[in-house]
Design a protein around this ligand. Structure first.
Ligand code: SF4
Ligand code: SF4
Length: 224
């Protein structure tokens, strides 16, 4: 399966993925996951100052559309190989017990694949691109060569994201493997703030202030 895993990665990257990883996390009887990473524009994110921009909202949607397309293409390759697949939409909340969550946590699959870690901003921090990414996940029953979670956090705890959040929605806690499901974010406070303040920009579904602060910090650290 090593060869197929590598071929799948090369195929997805040739079609627009910025990075691809593989993990052993399950969705029902599908025991392997493919994580698709699409990098966002540094320039677009740099323009988010106190509020999302119209361009950021469009860019966010475009990246999600690419991820969903790549998820379908990935699934087609898996089916051709005799496997089953289940693509998790890039951005879709599922009504039910928790109205702010999707069908599965993209971040969890990405962390188990060893592509990055989770920051105090509750965002996935990619090992090269920091938080300037969107994620997708495709589950399959086809065995894949999987990665290993990173041992050190990519978040240095600077707290800039926590201080910058206008909704005070970030608790300031760090992700820990002892309690990986502990919440770092008051999702309701974040969502309510976006709906109250940014309905005219991103239909109340994007903000990006905490991404902006973290991307700047991440880039400064990389430049040191
Ligand atoms: S801004 Fe600082 S504390 Fe917040 S996630 Fe990024 S590195 Fe971590
Ligand atoms: S998206 Fe905005 S409101 Fe939500 S946690 Fe980040 S800065 Fe706060």
């Amino acid at each position: 399966m090593k060869k197929f895993t590598q071929t799948l990665k090369e195929f997805l990257m040739a079609n627009g993925a910025s990075d691809v990883g593989f993990s052993r996390v399950s969705y029902q009887d599908l025991e392997y996951a493919v994580t698709i990473v699409v990098k966002l524009s540094d320039y677009v994110i740099s323009q988010i100052e106190g509020a999302p921009t119209y361009t950021y909202f469009n860019h966010y949607k475009t990246a999600n559309a690419l991820i969903d397309r790549l998820g379908l293409l990935c699934g087609q390759r898996i089916e051709e190989r005799g496997g089953l697949y289940m693509p998790i939409p890039a951005s879709q909340t599922v009504n039910g017990h928790n109205t702010y969550a999707g069908e599965y946590s993209h971040k969890k699959a990405a962390v188990y694949a060893g592509l990055g870690t989770i920051g105090k901003n509750a965002l996935f921090l990619h090992n090269t691109y920091g938080p300037a990414v969107r994620l997708g996940t495709v589950f399959t029953n086809l065995p894949l060569e999987t990665g290993e979670p990173l041992t050190e956090s990519l978040c240095d705890g600077c707290g800039l994201c926590v201080k910058s959040c206008p909704a005070q929605a970030l608790y300031g806690k760090s992700f820990s493997w002892e309690n990986p499901d502990a919440s770092l974010l008051d999702r309701k406070a974040c969502s309510d703030y976006m709906k109250q303040h940014f309905m005219h920009i991103g239909r109340g579904s994007v903000c990006g202030i905490c991404i902006n602060k973290c991307v700047k910090h991440f880039q400064e650290k990389q430049a040191e």
